[in-house]
Design a protein around this ligand. Structure first.
Ligand code: HDD
Length: 761
């Protein structure tokens, strides 16, 4: 605190750098305003570790609030200036030689404004261009000091601030959120030992085994070079041409064709570090480690028809969901699990742990939960934070080290390299969102956009003039694990890498019938979009190696016979340890089964029975869901109670796909008029087709009938996702509402029992 108070803050610039006598930065809506804004030596309650015995706070815990607050600018009550601080008198008119004359070159205000605007864009990320991010913290729930010295795991209860960016891979910066694609899951830990970036995905394996193939993979995936189509989609010839010739992608493709690739929300997807990493403890001993993020809210996905429609209805669907969840205080949370195993154990596995197309089944090495991550603050500025954040697999801290996974080894180079162009030079680590909380001291100097003002004459080491500072720390600093290496230089792969199919088969066999049907549907869709029959056939020849039933079902969908299996790279005989891994099923992680954050549409029209409906709205809101009265038009409807009911959003602004569930209202006049509306019928059909819960009150069964919905399941049973309520007239207003059945249906999220291919409705 003393340090912070001593910090120079220019009293003449009250809105800049918000320190001491300056303008206090705006508190985020979900974060109480701190008493005093100071630098990183103090903490905000949200990101703080618990206080130590004497009430002081451990140092180094609050980079995101400290340095970023220092940089925030709030212009409320301030005069407009140029970038050089000159007050601007007129921001409407350029300087001209006479009212109707030419603009003068001397107009530095116009030129500065236009010049800055002309340079507002930076190159987008070559992959993962489309993303959304949030601040939060990681809390260690079980210290891991027996295995690692890494700061975030040093002590139970310790909190480390994080900034997390989620992304799609293929699409450009402005592309849709709901494309079928892998999702990036990149976490920057601002530890007191420097920044650690765990740059993962929502899928635990990857397409290729060696970084050498990455540019080819991405070229094949991105829009085709001659006509720049399709955007944000793998459903085209070049992608499938490439992967069908690279059978090492067979396993990853199973995941990408599964519902994992169309998550309901960033909040409901898993994250994985993918590679095998090393943990190193204080004694210098090392174990292998895989990192898993598991969402507390459970894993949930969209269905493909819904995802495709959402692309038009709300291209920002995931971005909005993340933002709104945090703004409403419904903070997304994940558990961090680790799979820890020794080099000796790894030797014995039927697969190579250095092969990023393989996972370690949880039945073989169980997950151990060591922490939790909570995202509780939205960024203040998208460009400054979400766009300029630079993740890098090379950013590790003492206690975490790399394995020899050849994909990881290549990544260690790629990220810094790409940031140099994207962020314009070697000093991007000084951009506030990238700056570590741990103090930076070294002899690196100069370069474009240098911010630090280094004092003194010493910028070399060894030196005597600077007292030998900054000094190296020896074992207290980062020391690479001294893994022995003594072999010939060679370009090639270990033999176990040649098994491309065992785990693809494991994944297929571990899925429920519903998930298998979705995988078949996804292959059929993607390959139908592929124009070259030989490419389709080659994909089928790969699938024939994964599972005969899978290949047959996909082939049927394409109207083709199943070709002979593609010849294998090596005729090796693999005996997998695990034949089926329930943990690989998306449906195996229902989460806390609550209804928090679920968006529920309550349809309304004149004559609606509103007493019950208002109660449903109230109890849903109280349980943390997001209920809204939805009408054909904005404005007011007159319900049976005659007390005006305000429509919160219209059907055309928020079509069916933007809701998790629907409540169809009672009131004969309202139900009959809604049943006559084409948009309403379409809305209800989509709710049904997308397997969403529906609460049908009284006369609303007319709407269901008009939509052609059979409330029986295909096998004749009762659909548990359609909850029926008895008719109720106005006289009974005020009666108790039993919405328990609907809550249970809502908590389950989807009712795939009703699904048929093609859909009945
Ligand atoms: Fe990568 C971005 C994840 C393989 C090269 N990657 C990027 C991002 C994520 C991943 C989440 C976005 C980070 C952000 O939000 O800013 N990448 C992965 C995973 C991989 C993987 C989980 C495999 C296990 N990547 C990979 C390879 C290479 C790259 C093999 C190159 C050899 N990745 C990049 C990149 C990007 C990137 C070109 C683009 C923008 C950026 O880094 O900052 O360097």
């Amino acid at each position: 605190q003393a340090l912070a108070k001593a910090m120079p803050a220019n009293p003449l610039k009250p809105a800049e750098h918000g320190l001491a006598n300056g303008h206090t930065p705006q508190a985020g809506p979900c974060q109480p305003a701190p008493d005093e804004i100071v630098r990183s030596s103090t903490v905000n309650e949200d990101t703080a570790s618990p206080k130590t015995g004497d009430g002081s706070v451990r140092p180094g815990f609050n980079p995101t609030n400290g340095p970023l607050d220092r940089m925030r600018v709030d212009s409320g009550g301030q005069a407009l200036t140029t970038n050089h601080g000159v007050p601007v008198g007129d921001n409407q008119n350029s300087l001209k030689a006479g009212l109707r004359g030419p603009t003068l070159l001397e107009d530095f205000i116009l030129r500065e404004k236009i010049t800055h605007f002309d340079h507002e864009r930076i190159p987008e990320r070559v992959v993962h261009a489309r993303g959304s991010a949030a601040h939060g913290y990681f809390e260690c729930t079980e210290a891991l000091t027996e295995h690692t010295t890494a700061a975030p795991f040093a002590e139970t209860g310790k909190r480390t601030p994080v900034f997390v960016r989620f992304s799609t891979v293929a699409g450009e910066r402005g592309s849709i959120d709901t494309a079928r694609d892998v999702r990036g899951f990149a976490v920057k830990f601002y530890t007191d030992q420097g920044n650690w970036d765990l740059v993962g995905n929502n899928i635990p394996v990857f397409f290729i085994q060696d970084a050498m193939k990455f540019p080819d993979l991405v070229h094949a995936l991105k829009p085709e070079p001659h006509h720049q189509m399709p955007q944000a989609s793998s459903a085209h010839d070049t992608f499938w041409d490439f992967v069908s010739l690279m059978p090492e992608s067979a396993h990853m493709l199973m995941w990408v064709m599964s519902d994992r690739a169309i998550p309901r929300s960033y909040r409901t997807m898993q994250g994985f570090g993918v590679h095998t990493f090393r943990l190193v403890n204080a004694a210098g001993e090392s174990v292998f480690c895989k990192f898993h993020w598991t969402p507390v809210a459970g894993t949930h996905s969209l269905v493909w028809d819904e995802a495709a429609k959402l692309g038009g209805a709300d291209p920002d669907y995931h971005r909005r969901d993340l933002w709104e969840a945090i703004e409403s205080g419904n903070f997304p949370e994940w558990e961090l699990g680790v799979q820890i195993f020794s080099d000796v154990q790894a030797e014995g596995f039927s697969f190579d742990v250095l092969d990023p197309t393989k996972l370690v089944p949880e039945e073989l090495v169980p997950l151990r939960t060591v922490g939790r991550m909570v995202l509780n603050r939205n960024p203040d500025n998208f460009f400054a934070e979400t766009e300029q954040v630079a993740f890098c697999t090379a950013h590790v801290v003492p206690g975490i080290d790399f394995s020899n996974d050849p994909l990881l080894q290549g990544r260690i180079h790629s990220y810094v390299d790409t940031q140099l162009t994207r962020l314009g030079g070697p000093n991007f680590h000084e951009i506030p969102i990238n700056a570590s909380v741990a103090q930076v001291h070294n002899n690196q100097r100069d370069g474009l956009h240098r911010q630090a003002i280094h004092r003194g004459r010493v910028n070399y080491e060894p030196n005597s003039l600077g007292g030998g500072c900054p000094f190296q720390t020896g074992k207290a600093g980062f020391v690479s694990f001294p893994q022995p290496v003594a072999e010939d230089k060679v370009r090639g792969k270990p033999e176990k890498f040649a098994d491309h199919y065992s785990q693809a088969t494991l994944f297929w066999k571990s899925q429920t019938p519903v998930e298998q049907a979705h995988i078949v549907g996804a292959y059929r869709f993607e390959l139908t979009r592929v124009q070259t029959p030989a490419v389709r056939e080659r994909v089928l020849s790969v699938l024939a190696n994964v599972d005969t039933e899978l290949a047959t079902r996909v082939a049927e969908g394409l109207g083709m016979p199943v070709p002979p299996p593609q010849p294998k790279a090596l005729p090796i005989d693999v005996k997998p340890e695990v034949e089926k891994s329930p943990a690989l099923s998306l449906l195996s992680r229902p989460g806390e089964a609550g209804i928090k954050g679920r968006r529920v549409a309550l349809l309304v029209a004149d004559g609606v029975e509103d007493v019950r409906l208002r109660t449903v709205h109230k109890v849903l809101a109280a349980a943390g869901a997001a209920p809204r009265f939805v009408g054909v038009r904005l404005g007011v409807v007159t319900p049976l109670s005659q007390e005006p009911l305000h429509v919160e959003v219209s059907l055309e602004a928020a079509p069916s796909v933007t809701w998790d569930a629907v409540v169809l209202p009672d009131g004969e006049q309202a139900a009959l008029s809604l049943a006559e509306q084409g948009q309403v019928v379409e809305f209800v059909k989509d709710q049904y087709r997308h397997c969403k819960p529906m609460l049908v009150l009284g006369h609303a069964s007319a709407i269901v009938a008009k939509a052609g919905i059979d409330v029986q399941l295909p096998d004749g049973g009762q659909d548990p996702g359609i909850v029926l309520g008895e008719p109720m007239d106005a006289a009974a207003a005020g009666a108790e509402v039993n919405v328990e059945g609907f809550f249970a249906a809502l908590a389950k999220h989807r009712h795939y029992e009703r699904e048929t291919d093609p859909p009945r409705v």
